[in-house]
Design a protein around this ligand. Structure first.
Ligand code: AMP
Ligand code: GLY
Length: 416
């Protein structure tokens, strides 16, 4: 099977790494990719947001499957363009991707499907904003309606800050604060059958102890030793299946990866957000634990035969990933700095720990930073403690001027 992956972050590196290990994958391509993906896939300098160009490339490569990684191409309709060219595509249509592209749309789908989520108001005027902030009280949760790469959400006890963020958004969702640990649960779906993956936890704040601003995600781990073993079945029944059924009922079936961001509150599970693609960095740990070769389930989701997929198999091992970010991330990051130590990780830490590239590019013989999240060091071990040790040992070998990372990824879950 020839596979083309669209995107160029650590999530796409994780996808390409898994696909490159799948014996059914005979050729692996990626557009645009990054310096790390270049080691496992052939790169093509095609704009990920240009549906016609992606469909043309997939046709030229005679791809049997296109996997669209990030949300922006999905919301731009890239999966529609690929499918219109007759090529199976893992990734929802533009209309179904609105589940991520518009928080207000997601709330409407959840209301129709009876999916538990925070109570919320969609506001467009200062009066509506003030009314909603007063109705819920502190802590305030204020979300930009559109795509914001995980940075459009402000959670604060400060009413003035909440109001200022709300006023800066064109359309804003203000909602009830959900108290409790967060879980990311992904499911592969063909629009009818829903196949959940294994749960992971992400660390959204920039600094240790969950301090600092929200980011795209600074680290993740799986499994969740503290979670109820029935969690996956419960979320499948109360969240994932009803949402997929509702989108099919609306005539906009969702094909691809449905990401449920959940809060485990004292009153039960609530959806914090949906995403329409694999999460980053959770994918790094979920795929590190997946035993079943990846291409089969993705192709079956893309061609509508997911009901034929045998149950997924998982490694007992735990996995931890730690994101190394540029100076000043999540503000405007500094880029162009050389990254050293990558060879040492490959020589000393493989196969238990490895680097997945995000914002990197090759400059002559050097690999330099090219984005906010630069790379994601992923490690496996017999438990979270060992996976953490291996991940942080590898992080310590990476030298990037001004870089930052959290030191407490999975620490509490490991019982340390
Ligand atoms: P989102 O982009 O919707 O996932 O929000 C980013 C982060 O903001 C989430 O991972 C939560 O940590 C936090 N957050 C979002 N909505 C809520 C909520 N209703 N209650 C508490 N925290 C929230
Ligand atoms: N890790 C959060 C996200 O992918 O949106």
């Amino acid at each position: 099977m020839k596979v083309l992956v669209i995107g160029g972050g650590a999530r796409e590196h994780a996808l390409c790494r898994s696909l490159s290990l799948d014996p059914d994958v005979t050729a692996l391509h990626c557009a645009p990719g990054n310096a790390g993906i270049a080691e496992v896939a052939e790169l093509h300098p095609v704009d990920a947001l240009d549906g016609a160009a992606v469909a043309r490339l997939a046709g030229e490569l005679a791809a049997d499957l296109v996997v669209v990684g990030p949300e922006a191409p999905l919301v731009a309709g890239v999966a529609d363009a690929v499918r219109a060219a007759g090529i199976p595509c893992f990734g929802p249509s533009r209309e179904a991707a609105l589940l991520e592209g518009s928080k207000a749309f997601a709330k409407d789908v959840m209301a129709s499907a009876g999916v538990p989520t925070a109570r919320s108001y969609v506001c467009a005027t200062p009066e509506e904003i003030d009314r909603a902030l007063d109705a819920f009280g502190a802590p305030y949760v204020v979300k930009d309606d559109g795509l914001a790469a995980g940075k459009g959400v402000v959670v604060t006890a400060d009413a003035a800050q909440a109001r200022a963020h709300a006023l800066s958004c064109e359309r804003v969702v203000i909602e009830e604060y959900l108290d409790g640990p967060e879980v990311s649960l992904f499911a592969i779906t063909d629009g009818t059958t829903v196949l959940p993956l294994t749960p992971a936890q992400d660390f959204k704040r920039a600094l240790d102890g969950d301090e600092g601003p929200n980011t795209g995600g600074m680290g993740a781990y799986s499994p969740l030793p503290w979670a109820d073993p029935k969690l996956v079945d419960e979320v499948l029944a109360s969240v994932l299946q009803p949402t997929v059924d509702e989108l099919r009922r609306r005539g906009t079936p969702f094909t691809g990866l449905l990401y449920a961001g959940l809060a485990i509150t004292g009153r039960g599970v609530r959806v914090i957000e949906f995403n329409a693609r694999f999460g980053d960095p959770e994918t790094q740990v979920v795929l590190a634990r997946l035993r079943t070769p990846l291409a089969g389930p993705l192709l079956r989701a893309a061609d509508g035969t997911l009901a034929d997929q045998p149950p997924l198999r998982w490694h007992e091992d735990a996995a931890v990933t730690v994101v190394v970010a540029s100076h000043n991330y999540p503000g405007t990051p500094r880029t162009g700095d050389p990254i050293e130590g990558l060879d040492e990780v490959a020589a000393e830490d493989a196969p238990y720990a490895y680097v997945l590239h995000a914002g990197t590019r090759r400059e002559g013989d050097a690999v330099v930073s090219a984005g906010g999240r630069v790379l994601s060091v992923t490690a496996t071990g017999k438990d979270l403690t060992q996976a953490r040790e291996r991940a942080y040992a590898a992080v310590a070998r990476i030298r990037l001027d001004g870089a930052q990372h959290r030191t407490d990824i999975a620490r509490e879950a490991a019982g340390e």
